[in-house]
Design a protein around this ligand. Structure first.
Ligand code: DGL
Length: 265
């Protein structure tokens, strides 16, 4: 029986937070995890360049591997590339966008959106807020510092709680729900919880994404569900502190990190 393989894409290790949810729900699904570390951080990249890079990198893997579905495991990319990508690639594409709706439903004091500097400026994000949280106070916090902290944590560096506290301070006392609107941030969930306190509910999109992937795959690939999954990882340039990063990927069951340079971006 042939395997069912999905492609997961991010600028760095953030998509791992979504991978964990998908692996837990769909242990029979194989995964190619591709990250464009050459252009990291995406939260500070020009939209035009971001769109070109994502299109080019994702297309490469869809052409060369037997991919059933793509997950753009990056809010910064999803809020801008999804429609263009769907014009180009015909297999299902699942995007990750900030979970404003469930957050708004659970909040009475106010909603915090912690995301990248780009995501908090996106029209897509503002539309989500107008649509689902128009009756709530929304505090938006765009930060690359937290993205870097998550990258470091996956390389074994402990998170500095004092710096985290400084970044998150604008949310303290004004929100009771915080949206982790960047896939890197669920990797810092414990530390964010320590800083904001357990009275602030933290919401991310990982579980909803895994349910969407299950729904789309089971429509087509139910018969593959007895397969043993395999996990491969590629990035666009030599990763910073490779050996420490490899350890994290190995613990999750991934192969050796391989370099696939991005062409035609
Ligand atoms: N993990 C990404 C996101 O969900 C992007 C982080 C970055 O490269 O700035 O937005």
């Amino acid at each position: 029986m042939s395997e069912t393989r999905i492609l997961m894409f991010d600028s760095g290790v953030g998509g791992i937070s979504v991978f964990k949810d998908i692996k837990a729900r769909l242990p029979w699904v194989s995964c190619t995890y591709a990250f464009d570390n050459e252009a990291y951080p995406y939260g500070e990249l020009e939209p035009k360049e971001l769109i070109q890079r994502v299109e080019s990198y994702v297309s490469h893997f869809v052409k060369t591997q037997n991919i059933a579905l793509v997950v753009i495991a990056c809010n910064t990319a999803s809020t801008i590339v999804l429609s263009k990508l769907r014009e180009k690639i015909t297999i299902p594409i699942v995007g990750v966008v900030p979970a404003i709706k469930p957050a708004s439903q659970r909040s009475s004091l106010g909603v915090g959106l912690i995301a990248t500097p780009a995501t908090v400026t996106r029209e897509y994000t503002h539309e989500l807020i107008r649509h689902f949280a128009h009756d709530k106070d929304v505090v938006m916090l765009g930060t690359t510092k937290l993205v870097d902290m998550a990258e470091q944590k996956l390389r074994g560096v402990p998170v500095d709680l004092e710096s985290l506290d400084r970044v998150l301070r604008p949310l303290k006392g004004s929100v009771d729900v915080a949206v982790l609107g960047c896939t890197h941030f669920p990797l810092l969930r414990d530390e964010i919880c320590q800083v904001l306190g357990t009275e602030v509910l933290l919401i991310d999109s990982g579980d909803a994404i895994s349910r969407r992937v299950e729904f789309l795959l089971q429509e087509r690939f139910l018969s593959d569900s007895k397969n043993k999954a395999s996990y491969e990882v590629f990035c666009s340039t030599e990763p910073f502190d490779r050996s420490a990063l490899q350890l994290s990927f190995t613990q999750l069951g991934f192969s050796e990190i391989r370099i696939q340079p991005l062409k035609d971006a």
